[in-house]
Design a protein around this ligand. Structure first.
Ligand code: CP
Length: 315
């Protein structure tokens, strides 16, 4: 079997996505209860190669690998030979020569994740690639939406905030529109990709007024303002941004009672969302984190060509 690649949502067939979501929903209650311990991936080794900071993605892949019996090793650019100037190609070839079965790679440059994949013999999963894609985030978000009954044609979801720099938005747009979910992108012009201001991606529309959108939608995905990717000139003051695009107590009242509130994290509290969001029964942010472990359990099995859930269906 050729090594599997998940660099973008488009690398998965609709059947792959269905199987991964089903499996994530199987793992979810076991992860939430802290009762999972399997040997599905005994004999497999997983490399977590993070050239950019991460808490959720890196730790959830590490935990998922360990819960399934994989040997899991985490490498960051700091403390590795990347600090001494080793290239992405040499790093990939060096780690490939150690025989790892899977590499999860995050890099500030989308091209570098592609380059790593070209020079690594095992399976490669994109753990977040610059402004490109973050497919595992979109998959876990889709699993949360499935659990809420929202991943259905005709549903309406808003993605609000810093669309310009968001790999989460790009992967979610690809996945959600493929399922017939209507997506409204809510952002001020400077935080919208220039090409999308003229023509938003198929299946999406662009709005600048969050207040107008909130009463109409089934779910809202708030995005982090990615200050680290903004030049000084385009950085809107946090209070100005929050007044226009933050989910605050007044805007919570605009959302329907059965709406779903999401954020991929990390959250700038008081900027994209206020504290009250976390106490709101519609908030699924912590569920997204738990689902991240569940989805990544399924994904590591997929990457190794193993059954996505234990064949006996139990623990
Ligand atoms: N959502 C997400 O990718 O979070 P981390 O940067 O903490 O991995």
């Amino acid at each position: 079997m050729p090594a599997r690649r998940l660099l973008r949502i488009g690398d998965l067939s609709p059947a792959d996505v269905d199987a991964l979501l089903d499996a994530a929903l199987w793992y979810f209650p076991h992860i939430a209860a802290g009762e999972l311990k399997l040997t599905t991936l005994r004999g497999f080794s997983t490399l977590l190669m993070f050239f950019e900071p991460s808490t959720r993605t890196r730790v959830s892949f590490e935990l998922a690998g360990k819960l399934l019996g994989s040997d899991t090793i985490s490498v960051t650019s700091s403390g590795s030979s990347v600090e001494k100037g080793e290239s992405v190609v040499d790093t990939a070839q060096t780690l490939s020569a150690m025989g790892f079965h899977i590499a999860v790679v995050r890099h500030r440059s989308a091209d570098s994740v592609e380059l790593f994949a070209e020079h690594f013999a095992g399976a490669v999963i994109n753990g977040g690639a610059g402004r490109g894609e973050h497919p595992t985030q979109a998959l876990l978000d889709a699993a949360v939406l499935t659990r809420a009954g929202m991943l259905e044609a005709g549903r309406h979801l808003a993605i609000a905030g810093d669309i310009l720099h968001s790999r989460v938005a790009r992967s979610n747009i690809a996945l959600l529109t493929s399922r017939g979910v209507k997506v409204t992108l809510v952002a001020p012009p400077p935080l919208m990709p220039p090409a999308w201001r003229a023509e938003p991606p198929t299946g999406t529309v662009w709005e600048t007024d969050l207040d107008r959108v909130l009463p109409e939608i089934d779910a809202v995905m708030m995005l982090r303002m990615q200050r680290e990717r903004m030049g000084g000139g385009m950085l809107p003051p946090a209070d100005e941004y929050s007044a226009l695009y933050g989910l605050d107590a007044r805007r919570l009242r605009l959302l329907r009672p059965d709406a779903v509130i999401m954020h991929p994290g990390p959250v700038n509290r008081g900027v994209e969302v206020v504290e009250a969001v976390f106490a709101d029964s519609r908030c699924r942010i912590n569920e997204q984190v738990t689902m991240g472990v569940a989805l990544r359990c399924a994904l590591l099995c997929w990457a190794c060509g193993r059954p996505l859930i234990p064949e006996e269906g139990g623990l």
